[in-house]
Design a protein around this ligand. Structure first.
Ligand SMILES: C[S@@+](CC[C@H](N)C(=O)[O-])C[C@H]1O[C@@H](n2cnc3c(N)ncnc32)[C@H](O)[C@@H]1O
Length: 194
């Protein structure tokens, strides 16, 4: 059974134990969003927690954006912060049960939160959720993968193997603008659906 289920995550939010939440959009993802010009892109932010990346997208006029999480509390928090937003943009769902067709999916501390035995399933699910030529863009941790987590680590080598069959690795490099405590530990990635 998956230990990191809905109850596990909801409990972490209820007990105020969300150290991953930096309270704002992370700079590498902000910079990525800032150079996007097509505001009609259909964008998903899965495992978004309190959704700072999602909020930034909405603020910047990407009105076809959706936020998804398995835990209700963070979605309630987003609703309070964005009271005008139609609730159809807030998806309370298990990523692995979700269906849709997106141009872009933003990855931000979601992959690393999943049990590592779900990595291939994540890659297949991402592939199925993207339109032809659609992209995953975001941050993946680079530190050794052990049994301790979440967050669970990984490396560029591992990600090339895990994603390489279904995605073209357009970019995978150490982020130059990570927040201080994550400096050198994050890869900025763009993976394009084959
Ligand atoms: C480490 S947190 C990161 C949250 C957010 N991305 C951030 O950076 O603040 C991982 C998030 O993934 C969500 N999550 C875990 N498993 C999930 C699943 N199967 N489907 C959807 N969300 C899931 C958790 O509820 C949690 O909000």
């Amino acid at each position: 059974m998956n230990k990191f289920n809905k109850d596990y995550w909801e409990d972490r939010y209820q007990t105020d134990s969300a150290p991953w939440d930096i309270g704002e959009v992370t700079p590498p993802i902000k910079d990525y969003i800032d150079q996007l010009t097509d505001k009609s892109l259909k964008i998903l932010v899965p495992g978004a927690g309190n959704g700072h990346e999602f909020e930034y997208l909405i603020e910047q006029g990407f009105t076809n954006s959706y936020v998804l999480d398995i835990a209700p509390s963070p979605l309630e928090n987003i609703k309070k912060r964005l009271p005008e937003l139609s609730e159809e943009h807030l998806l309370l769902d298990d990523f692995f049960e979700h269906s849709g067709a997106y141009d872009l999916i933003i990855e931000q501390t979601f992959f690393c939160a999943l049990s590592p035995d779900l990595r291939n399933k994540y890659v297949e699910k991402m592939h199925s959720l993207l339109k032809p030529g659609g992209k995953i863009a975001g941050l993946m941790f680079q530190f050794p993968l052990t049994e301790d987590g979440p967050p669970f680590g990984g490396s560029a080598e591992e990600y090339t193997k895990t994603f390489g069959e279904l995605f073209t690795i357009k970019k995978m490099e150490t982020a130059h603008n990570s927040i201080e405590r994550r400096q050198g530990k994050e890869l900025f990635v763009i993976f394009e659906k084959k």
